[in-house]
Design a protein around this ligand. Structure first.
Ligand code: FAD
Length: 425
């Protein structure tokens, strides 16, 4: 076994996740002088929306927040750092590129964000098919799409942002396929004047290729995407293209908080971390903010992060200034989530031989034999591959109504030397 660089570190406030919520929490928590550590498994701070890269174009609010965090001597950013497990009630095991760290904290703020929901359909494992947000992340990271014909599909306002990113990078966006009806999108749009900045964004991002009641049925190709078949209302169309990007909204990342004993509730059929008005979870000393507490967008994540940061250092009165913002953006989130709820007909998308677990090659018909995630996992290895159930577990929840068990150590793939630290703890 390689020699392990093992370190023991401690801080007053540990923040897991350096997205809009985590950075806002760090700025607030550090304002009183507390020693704050913010860790993130990405190499740069910013989370999903402010992801850096050669083609990333960060807004002023992101740059200001990143600068404010970088300038504070009592905030330490730990990039490329993943939480592998818990060593005791106040110590997590963290793996970085070079070390295994026992990180002891007094107060914890979980800002673990959300991931994209991918639903299986015939052809979804072909090279050239990605999530919608996934394609956006790849383009920001430098993926060339100049001149490529792309179909973007799934559900929610994120599709507009992805189409805009793809067009800016020189792609030809043939179609933006939204699963909900025109009536639902109309209902969404009619209330937008209540949130003028979102109305402006909607006007700026409007896309002539946008179609409602449209769902990707299948992707065809020998060893790469060649065409996509889409149901548009009562008709079916097939389009030749090089890429297909499909994302059915976001799902809160709650596994870490659940493993820490934090309570969750169900929103839109998936778990979200339960928090009170101070963003405190059901576990003493643990707060949570941002999309891990429910899908609510960047602005709400920032307001929640600020409230959690002040509450974590025992200054809840300073958090009051952000409560109005949180209310305002929570109302927007509720409206958006209601208008873009997933249609049950999406459960019919996979064919019997469509792979649901693409890491371990487990098909829809195989999984239909089982009655729970645990049973499926034991008998078929579903969820035991590289994604550790993040993709197929989320799909199985939607397709079969299964609940996911709590995460156990290790929460993620880790070096054997890191696991040895856990064994010796
Ligand atoms: C793929 C994708 C693309 C998106 N694109 C847009 C967009 O274009 N426009 C828009 O308005 N909204 C977009 N969103 C939504 C937007 O990301 C959120 O509204 C906002 O970023 C939420 O902020 P957050 O801080 O709660 O979470 P996030 O921004 O998701 O940040 C959470 C961070 O925590 C890290 N993390 C999670 N678990 C761990 C762990 N165990 N150890 C270490 N680090 C961890 C993650 O890597 C991530 O960096 C996107 C979301 C996704 C998933």
């Amino acid at each position: 076994m390689n020699t392990v660089n093992t370190q023991a570190q401690s801080c007053e406030v540990l923040i897991i996740g350096a997205g809009p919520a985590g950075l806002s929490a760090a700025k607030a928590a550090a304002s009183g002088g507390a020693q704050v550590v913010v860790l993130d498994d990405n190499p740069q701070s910013g989370g999903q929306i402010w992801r850096g890269g050669p083609f990333a174009d960060l807004p002023a609010v992101a740059l200001d927040l990143q600068r404010a965090v970088a300038e504070r001597a009592n905030i330490r950013l730990l990039p490329s750092a993943k939480v592998v497990g818990m060593l005791d009630a106040r110590t997590v095991l963290v793996e970085t590129d070079t070390a295994a760290i026992r990180l002891h904290w007094r107060t914890l703020i979980v800002c673990s964000g959300a991931r994209e929901r991918l639903l299986p359909f015939p052809g979804w494992t072909l090279p050239g098919v990605t999530g919608a947000g996934g394609l956006q992340a790849l383009i920001k990271g430098g993926l060339p799409v100049q001149g490529q014909r792309i179909v973007i599909a799934g559900s929610g306002p994120l599709l507009f942002a992805v189409a805009a990113t793809a067009r800016k990078a020189g792609a030809q966006v043939l179609l933006v396929a939204e699963q909900v009806s025109l009536a639902r999108v109309g209902r969404f749009a009619r209330k937008l004047p209540l949130w003028p900045s979102k109305l402006l964004q909607a006007v700026q991002l409007r896309d002539g290729a946008y179609r409602t009641s449209s769902t990707v049925l299948s992707v065809q190709g020998a060893d790469q995407v060649a065409s996509v078949t889409v149901r548009q209302g009562s008709r079916t169309v097939t389009l030749d293209c090089e890429r297909v990007a499909v994302g059915y909204g976001l799902v809160p990342n709650t596994a870490l908080a659940q493993a820490l004993g934090c309570g969750v509730h169900t929103e839109e059929g998936v778990h979200a971390i339960t928090v009170d008005a101070q963003q405190a979870t059901t576990q003493n000393g643990i707060f949570a903010a941002g999309e891990c507490t429910g899908i609510g967008g960047c602005e709400r994540a920032m307001a929640q992060g600020s409230i959690a940061g002040f509450a974590a250092i025992g200054e809840p009165h300073l958090a009051r200034a952000y409560e109005k913002d949180r209310r305002y953006w929570s109302a927007f989130a509720a409206h958006t989530n209601a208008c873009f709820a997933l249609d049950a007909s999406l459960k019919d998308l996979p064919a019997p031989d469509t792979l649901v677990c693409r890491c371990e090659d487990v098909s829809h018909q195989t999984l239909q034999r089982y009655s729970s995630w645990l049973e499926a996992k034991i008998h078929s290895r579903c969820g035991m591959g590289a994604c550790q159930g993040k993709v197929c577990g989320t799909a199985a929840q939607f397709l079969y109504g299964w609940q996911m068990p709590e995460a156990r150590l290790p929460f993620t793939t880790a070096r054997i030397g890191t696991l040895a630290v856990a064994d010796n703890a």
